[in-house]
Design a protein around this ligand. Structure first.
Ligand SMILES: Nc1ncnc2c1ncn2[C@@H]1O[C@H](COP(=O)(O)OP(=O)(O)OP(=O)(O)O)[C@@H](O)[C@H]1O
Length: 686
């Protein structure tokens, strides 16, 4: 029986047409579906037409539009749509081939670049894949016609070559570049479209309703076309706590969502959690799209760690208290406690000791603190000084309790204690942005599950740690040996923006457990070069950002597709930009209204986490603001300073990688020290 499949290259392209053209294309595909399923040939009105490339055909929704199809035997695959010339140019460069080893159907790009790459082989340059023999590369899914080209690729052209290859193959080769052992996928006989590699690129439209939904845009890429390495993480039984890592935009949140959905469909109780409120609401919205069945969604609780701790504190009957967690509030309290205890220790030092050692390790008595390891703290402390710290922090703790207050971590600790010995609340906990969860939060999450198989999955990126000092997970008894995977394909950010942002971080990151990660990633599309603008005065800087925003809007971007981030004071930034551009409406602070039609989002860089926009401007990136000079001046301990600087650097990485197509970074006066190497990089490039 005949069947109709849709390729990701088609669904992705369809969304880019204006509504009227989308409708024409949709109608033509629906008609084709009727004919195909009915067992007849495409009706003459579709103007079915064979092309030069083997097994490729076109149909014509009107005089100009063309839909490109593959047809062989019983299979019809809708591959692409475009205006006349664009469609045929696309088809001329494409072949659909069953891979001779894996058995998966692949869309292979054939074009002059392949030949160019074979010839640019410079005698002096190392050929990065040369150590791997042709049969192994073939087993990895490299299309046969590319095997020799891959073997001759050099470090200069390897990335360009990877962009031409099917995504799953590119990701495996990136793994080789990162020095990993890459296991070939299973070879599969039979239906070439059902191989896991092919399910990345093609989906069968089983019935008319499903096809209709797909064509209306309900089949979003991240819902339907999971990448094989994402799917493997969604489906895998880990047999213990597991971790998925990956740079910004590599689909960690998507994996977390799909895994939650899969487990809930199997009848399990799942907690899907994260640190920040903005990401929490983003997760809820996406879950509704991914899981239409309310009875399945009911088994998934989406809540931030702190909101859940507060809710459980209420349910468990713990004394009612209010959060008090801002550094300024806590410093003021510590200052008071030090005065009362007659201690000369600075509030800043005490706060770092409280946060980084006492709270972090959940220390409840003097003996434990006296013996505690103070990893990462720069100033050594003798017993006498430790006693001094302990006296002050105990006073501080009692003061908080007496005033009916809690810090979020003491709240998590209290709930963890109250939960001990009670039945597990969830079968699985999946935590996104887990690099920002501290030991108290993780201990709390661990007590929520019964510790069964797959009880915990952490999705995280060391390079985006902006709140939390790194700490060894093994101190909580967590090890991810053999249960850790890294995602390498960036779906969000253009190559140009990612390359710039990647320069903010070292190529290799080491976490507090001494696990080393190569950060190599690959973007799937290209875009305009990001801009860095150095101005003389803040007025000129605002002027420049205003012009840039206007230009984006004139290009056709919707205001809700644009965001402006700033280190401090988004309210003022929003007001000034609105006054300058006239038509900009602002959403300030919490970003809760982000994505509202007609509004450009303006927020702090901290609130940017987990979000994405087509265009992003980061304003005020001068050296007094980033790193925050005021906060830096308060830190006396070298360990605290190093931590703070790393977090501020990560903040710029987070802000820059929210952008999909357009990025502008501006400063007036002296550029941020983190920006300087990027300025040099962009200058060299242009
Ligand atoms: N398999 C896929 N196919 C197409 N798009 C995808 C796929 N997986 C993820 N995406 C898209 O890529 C973007 C980034 O995904 P996601 O937010 O999951 O990444 P992330 O690794 O959690 O990013 P960050 O760490 O920066 O928050 C999203 O727009 C998502 O829809």
């Amino acid at each position: 029986m005949s069947r109709l499949l849709l390729a990701q290259s088609f669904t992705r392209r369809l969304g880019q047409f204006p509504n009227q053209e989308q409708k024409l294309i949709r109608d033509a595909v629906m008609v084709l579906h009727l004919d195909v399923i009915g067992g007849s040939l495409p009706r003459p009105g579709l103007r079915w037409h064979g092309l030069n490339s083997p097994d490729l055909y076109s149909i014509s929704p009107n005089m100009d539009l063309r839909v490109i199809l593959y047809h062989k035997g019983q299979d019809y695959v809708v591959l692409y749509a475009d205006h006349h010339d664009g469609a045929y140019a696309w088809a001329n460069r494409r072949r659909l081939e069953v891979h001779p080893y894996t058995g998966a159907m692949q869309v292979v790009e054939v074009q002059e670049r392949t030949e160019v790459l074979t010839h640019v082989e410079a005698a002096t340059e190392e050929r990065v894949f040369y150590p791997y023999d042709a049969p192994y590369l073939l087993q990895l899914g490299v299309p046969e016609r590319y095997v020799q080209t891959v073997r001759h690729a050099t470090s200069t052209n390897a990335h360009e070559l990877l962009e031409l290859l099917p995504e799953e193959v590119a990701e495996r080769l990136l793994g080789l570049l990162a020095g990993e052992l890459v296991v070939p996928p299973d070879a599969q006989q039979g239906d070439p479209f059902s191989h896991p590699d092919a399910r990345r690129a093609f989906v069968v439209a089983d019935n008319e309703a499903e096809l209709g939904a797909a064509l209306q845009g309900a089949w979003q890429d991240w819902i339907v076309f999971l990448h094989p390495s994402q799917r493997a993480l969604v489906d895998r039984t880990f047999g213990g706590a597991a971790r998925v890592t990956g740079g910004a935009g590599t689909g960690k949140t998507v994996v977390a969502l799909h895994r939650a959905a899969r487990l809930a469909r199997a009848g399990q109780r799942v907690l899907l959690t994260t640190y920040s409120r903005t990401l929490g609401s983003h997760l809820s919205e996406r879950l509704v799209q991914l899981v239409p069945e309310p009875e399945v969604r009911d088994r998934i609780t989406v809540r931030t760690v702190h909101a859940l701790a507060a809710q459980l504190a209420g349910e468990l009957g713990l004394p009612e208290r209010q959060p008090e967690d801002s550094p300024a509030q806590l410093r003021a309290r510590l200052e008071r406690a030090a005065r009362e205890a007659g201690s000369a220790l600075s509030p800043e030092f005490l706060l770092a000791e409280w946060r980084g050692v006492i709270e972090a390790q959940g220390l409840r008595n003097w003996e434990a603190y006296r013996e505690a390891r103070r990893t990462g703290r720069g100033t050594p402390l003798g017993v006498r000084q430790r006693w001094d710290v302990w006296q002050v922090t105990q006073r501080f703790r009692q003061g908080l309790e007496a005033d009916g207050r809690f810090t979020w971590r003491t709240m998590c600790d209290a709930v963890t204690e109250a939960l001990s010995g009670r039945p597990a609340r969830f079968d699985h906990v999946i935590a996104d942005e887990a690099q920002d969860l501290g030991p108290s939060e993780l201990r709390f999450l661990l007590t929520l599950t019964g510790g069964g198989t797959d009880h915990l999955l952490l999705a995280m990126d060391e390079g985006q740690r902006i709140y939390q000092r790194a700490f060894p997970m093994k101190s909580l008894g967590l090890s991810f040996q053999g249960r850790s995977a890294r995602l390498r394909l960036n779906y969000r950010t253009s190559r140009q923006i990612r390359e710039l942002a990647d320069r903010l971080l070292p190529g290799t990151l080491r976490d507090a457990d001494d696990a080393v990660e190569q950060r190599l990633t690959l973007s799937r599309f290209q875009g305009p070069e990001p801009e860095i603008a150095g101005l003389t005065t803040p007025e000129e800087e605002f002027e420049r950002v205003g012009q840039w925003l206007n230009a984006r809007l004139q290009e056709g971007l919707q205001p809700e597709e644009i965001a402006v981030f700033t280190r401090h004071d988004p309210a003022t930034t929003a007001a000034r930009l609105q006054a300058l551009t006239g038509h900009v409406t602002t959403v300030v602070g919490s970003l809760e209204g982000s994505g509202d039609p007609g509004k450009i989002s303006v927020s702090t860089m901290h609130r940017a986490k987990g979000l994405e926009f087509r265009a992003v401007a980061a304003i005020g990136m001068h050296d007094q603001a980033l790193p925050s000079a005021q906060r830096l001046a308060e830190l006396l301990d070298p360990g605290d300073q190093a931590d703070f600087l790393a977090q501020e650097r990560h903040l710029l990485y987070v802000a820059a990688t929210r952008a999909r197509d357009h990025l502008l970074l501006t400063y007036a006066g002296e550029p941020s020290r983190f920006l300087t190497p990027l300025v040099v990089f962009s200058r060299d490039k242009s």
